[in-house]
Write a protein that binds this ligand. Structure first.
Ligand SMILES: O=C(O)CCC(=O)C(=O)O
Length: 263
């Protein structure tokens, strides 16, 4: 399987990420990986608990399973062996990245499931290097439920010290579709395209209106150089992780450094 795709990251990708808090990298991941992941995803759908942790949004028409990387198999191999970590590190400008979370989202044909506007700021850490690198495993488009993003909102939040959580909730930007100050962006994706986005970038997806086309994406979530532990009651625990002092760098078996590859 191709492990040498990192050269595709250009200064333009990096500038777009900094400005918009979201960037699409076309053809980031080789098709042999996405074919293997999609085949495995269909096995996960049949027996989610055997592969990872079943998430709240799991349901009859949606497969929603996380921490797949923690078990031996294709999802773990993908994290450790594919160029996904290097691509992520280069785009966000981090020397190192560690994996901490992944999340498979499959919306099956005619799934009405909506992912409300939210930002990925629920984790017990501070720092900007907490990106989500979301990889299309199937073609994804308007009909089958592509993800939409609010470009530039990360800067708005940082300038005002906003960090959304369960108390200070991310607004429902559906109510503000016609606000000319907001810039909604989205991408039709082919398998292997990756969207890398900042933890303060709100995102949303509608249901799958297709009668016969599943829509699958794999969110991979990373800690980079500036991340420090910052527990708070309204932040999501990371299973298995013992409490550590505020300000410490998360290290250990639940946060393995994937890039640069350990010698
Ligand atoms: O795939 C989706 O519809 C939702 C993705 C998402 O919310 C995420 O990656 O955090």
């Amino acid at each position: 399987m191709d492990t040498n795709r990192s050269q595709i990251i250009t200064p333009q990708h990096i500038a777009d990420y900094q400005r918009d808090g979201v960037v699409c990298v076309r053809g980031a991941i080789d098709r042999s990986w996405t074919d293997a992941l999609w085949a495995e995803a269909q096995k996960v759908a049949a027996d989610p608990g055997a592969y990872g942790t079943i998430s709240r949004s799991q349901g009859e028409t949606m497969t929603s399973v996380s921490f797949l990387w923690r078990k031996p198999g294709v999802f773990r191999d993908f994290i450790f062996q594919s160029p996904v970590a290097e691509i992520t590190a280069r785009v966000i400008g981090s020397e190192k990245v560690s994996i901490y979370h992944d999340h498979l989202f499959v919306k099956w044909p005619e799934s009405p499931r909506i992912m409300r506007w939210h930002a990925d700021t629920l984790w017990p850490v501070d720092g900007e290097h907490v990106p989500n690198t979301y990889i299309a495993l199937t073609p994804i488009d308007q009909q089958n439920g592509r993800v939409e993003y609010l470009a530039g909102h990360h800067t708005y939040c940082m300038e005002r010290g906003i960090k959304y959580d369960t108390v200070n909730m991310c607004p429902d930007f559906e109510q503000q579709r016609s606000n000319p100050d907001l810039r909604f962006v989205t991408y039709d994706l082919e398998p292997g395209d990756a969207v890398i986005f900042h933890p303060l970038t709100p995102h949303f997806s509608k249901g799958n209106d297709s009668k016969n086309r599943p829509r699958a994406g794999l969110a991979t979530r990373w800690f980079g150089d500036d991340v420090v532990w910052s527990p708070a009651p309204d932040r999501a625990p990371i299973p298995g992780v013992a409490e550590m002092p505020r300000g410490e760098k998360p290290v250990g078996e639940f946060f393995p450094v994937i890039w640069p590859k350990p010698h």
